[in-house]
Every structure is written in structure tokens, then in C-alpha cells.
Design a binder for this molecule. Structure first.
Ligand code: PEP
Ligand code: MG
Length: 667
């Protein structure tokens, strides 16, 4: 028997992919191989058991081998664990991955459709239609009105029709399970293929699904007389619970994969199918508990007349995407999910946050009239497309667009957006299986810059935290992720993630009017450290003979610390952009995602307005420009206040650009 202690150098530890590769390597040896980690141990040939050990980078483990080839085995396994890259293919392989992070159709919803109308053009209206049925109330998340057939997007409840089977059924039941598993894994494989899975995530998932701990245990239970669906649901739930108890955020989130595989296998065993937004064939109002950006990316947005969710908030990314497509939306609707099932027709007022299930004929007629009115109003706004608005006092104000993906370029150009005041890069990192490389980012930033030249395009560096984990960045569990290791804080600690983005930005700046913007700044030192890193990237690029430019550097003012020290920050940067979504939540100490706090979460609260005024004063004194890129920039009641306080640029969802141009022109 041979034992060796090893310090694990594998980046982010033995998570799904490295564990799968490690187990594969272990199986090449005939000796028994055990991994000891603290007081726990696991067979090195089982990827699932290895994952459940929760081994992190820098942990010390012991390898114990027993058998003829033990010394060879220990040497190879130790070598594997000492390599940071182990189990993950070189990043270069991921460069070719599809850049379409945020997917989705760029078509605005069909404005000529009775069931798909509304894009904020009637946002000034007040008062819900006075119908005899009072509306259900939610959070107004995206302006506009719509009515139409409901498309209920809730997971089908899954249950086993029976618990036990007879002894004569075990063989066919086991075959049924094998077929369902093969089928589910084949579907998973082609889905990953379409997404460009260059780093072997699918392989890791397949190895978990086929492991003794999942498929093996299910087969054992079937042989003992358990129904296949019942066995699948039980084993899946138990295995997912084991992952959920691991003290590592990334491995814990593998529980979602187990739930996913379990569900897909059980659906097939039961002959059931989950609803998919891809299957919506005509404009409908989608009713859901919650949706993710990838859910929406699968749909043809032209067929989504409106969105109604029982969860979510007005500043969630889903709300931002809905606004950019002009889809009316109401979130946080106070009804149980079960109430959504069986609804046939829905009327939605996204401006007021009102929803009616099964609207009366009278209400439908009123909605039809409002939709026509909104369409006419929108058509009238078209004259502002090529207008660079100037207030009556002669002050020009730039109206720019907020984008989350190059797919939205056309919509923004169609309304005459004067550049991009905020390009959110996190969608590029989120809706995928591996981090985007420098070249892929460069191509995206350059494409946006070229589309809007000579107008400025402000690229915000990665603004992500533990509330929105990204594959390839291990976020530890935090009690307060919004006050945690996020945005520029995380980036400064992870130059391997940050430098490729800065290099991509510098390179794109040679192709257009690209500007860089840092989120979540709270201290002058953070700005200085980013500037030093940018200078380092510029030196590297120069050394490599790669062309690059000198982008202007700005910061988001979204923490109270930044607002209170705006005068100290101003000399360090070329511009400010006020992120009223976060500034409001931090100034008011009111979570922007909590529907219960909506009455307190107000960007027009005197505390927030005073903070904005301080920032504008500091910018004026330092002679730099100040923009607003939070949702307040598009609100008709906020625009006069912001312009009055001295804001030079308002940046918003493309759907709101024309209205903002009109409002500013009339001030
Ligand atoms: C903001 O906080 O106002 C902002 C624009 O950033 P995000 O909504 O992406 O947090
Ligand atoms: Mg923000």
C-alpha cells in the first residue's frame, strides 16, 4: 500500500469537470485508489463521490493506492492534482464559442397585433380602466398594455403513478429506465452541442447520470420492486440533497444539474413534456412563476405579447430585457402559482402593474382602444428619430441606449439612439457554459462600437456577484451578496478574468468610440488599481504588436460611498454615470428585488435626489460629463429633474428613447 499527501492546485478545486477527468484517469489503473480529505474519503474512480468531498483549490488531501500499479497510479494522480488546468480544456478552445450570449429575436413585438401591443408609448397615462372587476396588483416592470391568450409556463408536477411493481415487471421496468436515461442524455448532448460546449460540461453531467450513485442506485431499487419513476425521483432527490450540503457554492449548485437530469428522465418515463417558450406559435401573454434570460432567449419574442410573473422585480435583468424588447410586463404578482394554471385569457397593464385574468368583453374593448392609441402615439414619436434633443434653454442632452447584447443594436438604431450609455457585459458571461475569451469579447465590443460610430459606446466591465454565479468563477456563499464580492471588487481579485476584458476593451477602442466604465466603485483606490491594470494591458498589447486605443474611463456612481466622495473621484476619471437602480437600493437600504419594499424603493426620494445632485455638482466642478443609466433615466417624471440637476446624457432601453427625446425637446 502507498500513501502520498498532495496539495490540490486544480483551479477552483475538484468540481464537476476535473472530478470526471480525475475518476477517468483513476480507472486506468488496476489498484484500488482512495482519496482522503479531512475525516472523509471517497473511491477515486467515482466522479460523484469525489465531487461530494467538496475538495477545493489549496486543500491538502491524501492519495492511498493498493495494488500492482500503485506507484504509477499515485504519481499520475498527484501530477493531475498539481496542475491548475487539470480537467479543463485550454481556454483557447472556448474562443470559438458562440458570442450570442443573450440570444433572442431582435424584432420588436408586432405593434400591429391586437394581442402584442404596447411599448411604453402610453406610459404617461394614469388610471386603470374602470372595469367592474378589480385588477390583480403586481410590480410595473415594463410599460405598455396587452391582452391575449395565456401561455402558462410552469413546470408540470411530476409524480409516480404507483410505488411498487411486481417481480415479473422488473426487467421491462429496468429497460424502460435505460431508454429514458439514454433519451434524456441524447437530448442534453445535442443541447450542449448547439451551445458550443467546448469544455466538457456535458461529459461531466453524463458521467454523473450514468454513475453508480444515480443510474446504478435506480437500477438496484427497480430490481428490488420499485417503480422506475418512483426510484428515479427518490434517488435524484437524495443525491441532489447530498450536493446541497457541500460547503462550496459551485459544487452545491451541481444539485440543480441533478434535479434537471432527474426531471428529464422522470418526464420521459411518465410520457410527459415540459412547456417550452420555443413552442409559442402566436402572440400570447406568458404566465410564469419566474423566468430566466435563457428561457426568454429560447422564445420568439414577437410571440410574447406580455409577461406576468409571480416573482421578480422592476430592476431584474428579465425586466430590463422585457423593456428593451418593448414587452409589457408585470412581476411580483401576488397570487399563488397554482392560480395561474387554467387561466385562458389575460389583460396586462405593465405601466400600472395591473393584471386581469379572463377579462370581460368590455375590458377587452377598452384595451383594444388603448392599444390602438398607443400605436398612434408611437407612430407620432417617430419624428424624433433623428433629433438630437436640446432644451428650450439651449442645453443639448444625449439620449443613448442601454444594451445587453449585440442583438439589440438594430432596435436601438431604429429609434435613433445617440450611442450606447451602458453595454452590460455580464449577459455575455452568464448565458453560457464557459467564460468568453479576449478575442470573442473584442469582436462583440467592436461590433457595437462600429454600429454606433461616431457616437460613444460605453462598455461596462463585468458586474457580477454571488447572486448570479458564472461558470468558471467560484463565488463563496455570502450572507449579503449585494454587499459582497461583486463587480469591480471581484474583478480586481481575479486578473485572469479581468485582464482579458480590459485587453478586449483597449483593442476595440482602436475601432470606434469605445469608453470603459467600472461598476460598484466605492473607493478611489479601486479606480487607481484598475488604471494600473489597464496600463499593464496596454504595455502588453504594445509588446505583442496588437493595435489598441485609449478609451475614456468612467465610473458608475451607484454606492452611497461614491456619491458622497464624487468630488474625490472626479479628478480620476473622464465621466460619471449614475446607476440609479443600485444607488436607490443602497441609499434607501431597500432591496431592489424585494416586491414588499417597492413603496420605499423610490428613485425620486429626497435622499436619492440629494445624492444625484451632489454627483452632478462634483462633475460640473471637475468639468467632466455626467450621465444617468439606471431606469430613472427613462421615467417621464424623472427626466425634467435629472436634466435640471445638470445631467448631460440619459441612457435607457431602446423602447423609451423616442419618448425621452420628445420630453427633453419640450423642457
Ligand atoms: C444601476 O444600478 O442603475 C445600473 C444601471 O446597473 P444594473 O441595473 O445593471 O445593476
Ligand atoms: Mg448597478
Amino acid at each position: 500500500m502507498l500513501e502520498t499527501a498532495v496539495v490540490v492546485k486544480v483551479t477552483e478545486g475538484l468540481h464537476a469537470r476535473p472530478a470526471t477527468q480525475f475518476a477517468k484517469l483513476a480507472k486506468e489503473f488496476s489498484c484500488s485508489l482512495l482519496v482522503l480529505h479531512g475525516s472523509t474519503s471517497a473511491d477515486a474512480k467515482s466522479a460523484v463521490k469525489l465531487m461530494l468531498l467538496g475538495i477545493r483549490e489549496h486543500d491538502q488531501i491524501v492519495l492511498r493506492a493498493d495494488g500492482a500499479d500503485e506507484s504509477d497510479a499515485v504519481a499520475r494522480m498527484a501530477q493531475f492534482l498539481s496542475s491548475p488546468e487539470a480537467g479543463v480544456q485550454p481556454a483557447s478552445a472556448a474562443h470559438a464559442a458562440d458570442a450570442a450570449a443573450c440570444g433572442g429575436d431582435t424584432d420588436a413585438p408586432d405593434a400591429s397585433s391586437r394581442t402584442g401591443a404596447g411599448n411604453g408609448a402610453d406610459g404617461d397615462r394614469s388610471g386603470a380602466p374602470a372595469d367592474e372587476t378589480p385588477p390583480l396588483i403586481g410590480i410595473p416592470a415594463s410599460e405598455g398594455v396587452a391582452f391575449g391568450d395565456a401561455f402558462v409556463y410552469l413546470p408540470e408536477p411530476l409524480r409516480a403513478a404507483r410505488q411498487f411493481i411486481g417481480p415479473h415487471e422488473t426487467a421491462t421496468e429496468a429497460m424502460r429506465f435505460d431508454r429514458a436515461l439514454d433519451d434524456a442524455l441524447a437530448a442534453l448532448d445535442s443541447q450542449f452541442d448547439r451551445m458550443g460546449d467546448h469544455d466538457g460540461i456535458a461529459e461531466a453531467l453524463v458521467s454523473v447520470a450514468r454513475s453508480d450513485e444515480f443510474a446504478g442506485e435506480i437500477r438496484t431499487r427497480i430490481a428490488a420492486g420499485r417503480d422506475a419513476t418512483a426510484a428515479t425521483l427518490e434517488v435524484g432527490a437524495a443525491l441532489a440533497a447530498s450536493f446541497e450540503s457541500i460547503d462550496d457554492e459551485y459544487l452545491r449548485s451541481r444539485a440543480d444539474d441533478i434535479h434537471g437530469i432527474t426531471r428529464q428522465v422522470a418526464l420521459r418515463l411518465n410520457g410527459q413534456q415540459d412547456a417550452s417558450l420555443a413552442g409559442i406559435a402566436k402572440p400570447c401573454v406568458v404566465l410564469a412563476s419566474d423566468l430566466t434570460a435563457p428561457d426568454l432567449a429560447r422564445a420568439n419574442v414577437a410571440n410574447i405579447a406580455a409577461l406576468v410573473c409571480t416573482r421578480g422585480s422592476a430592476t431584474s435583468h428579465l425586466a430590463i430585457i422585457a423593456r428593451s424588447h418593448g414587452i409589457p410586463a408585470v412581476f411580483g404578482l401576488a397570487v399563488p402559482d397554482s392560480r395561474l394554471r387554467g387561466v385562458a385569457q389575460v389583460a396586462v397593464d405593465g405601466t400600472l402593474g395591473h393584471v386581469w385574468f379572463e377579462p370581460t368583453r368590455a375590458l377587452q374593448e377598452r384595451f383594444a382602444a388603448r392599444i390602438d392609441e398607443a400605436r398612434a402615439h408611437r407612430a407620432a414619436l417617430d419624428v424624433y428619430r433623428d433629433v438630437g434633443p436640446v432644451t428650450r434653454a439651449g442645453r443639448p442632452v444625449r439620449i443613448a441606449a442601454n444594451l445587453g447584447s449585440p442583438d439589440e443594436i438594430e432596435a436601438a438604431k431604429a429609434v435613433g439612439a445617440m450611442g450606447v450609455g451602458l453595454f452590460r457585459t455580464e449577459l455575455l458571461f452568464m448565458n453560457r457554459r464557459s467564460l468568453p475569451g479576449e478575442h470573442e469579447q473584442y469582436s462583440v465590443y467592436r461590433r457595437v462600437a462600429e454600429a454606433f460610430a461616431p457616437h460613444p459606446v460605453v462598455i461596462r466591465t463585468l458586474d457580477i456577484g454571488g447572486d448570479k454565479p458564472v461558470p468558471g468563477i467560484a463565488f463563496a456563499r455570502e450572507d449579503n451578496p449585494f454587499l459582497g464580492w461583486r463587480g469591480v471588487r471581484m474583478c480586481l481579485d481575479r486578473p485572469d478574468v479581468f485582464k482579458p476584458q480590459l485587453r478586449a476593451l483597449l483593442r476595440a477602442a482602436s475601432a470606434g468610440n469605445v469608453q470603459a466604465m467600472l461598476p460598484m466603485i466605492a473607493d478611489v483606490d479601486e479606480v487607481r488599481r484598475v488604471k494600473a491594470l489597464m496600463a499593464e494591458c496596454a504595455r502588453e498589447l504594445a509588446g505583442e504588436g496588437i493595435p489598441f486605443g485609449a478609451p475614456k474611463l468612467g465610473i458608475m456612481i451607484e454606492t452611497p460611498a461614491a456619491a458622497l466622495t464624487a468630488d474625490m473621484l472626479a479628478p480620476e476619471v473622464d465621466f460619471f454615470s449614475i446607476g440609479t437602480n443600485d444607488l436607490t437600493q443602497y441609499v434607501m437600504a431597500a432591496d431592489r428585488a424585494n416586491p414588499k419594499l417597492a413603496p420605499l424603493y423610490r428613485c425620486d426620494h429626497p435622499a436619492v435626489l440629494r445624492a444625484i445632485a451632489m454627483v452632478c455638482d462634483a462633475a460640473r466642478q471637475a468639468g467632466i460629463e455626467v450621465a444617468v443609466c439606471g431606469e430613472a433615466a427613462a421615467q417621464p417624471r424623472m427626466i425634467p429633474l435629472l436634466v435640471g440637476l445638470g445631467v448631460d446624457e440619459l441612457s435607457m432601453s431602446p423602447a423609451c428613447v423616442l419618448r425621452a427625446k420628445k420630453i427633453v425637446s419640450e423642457l
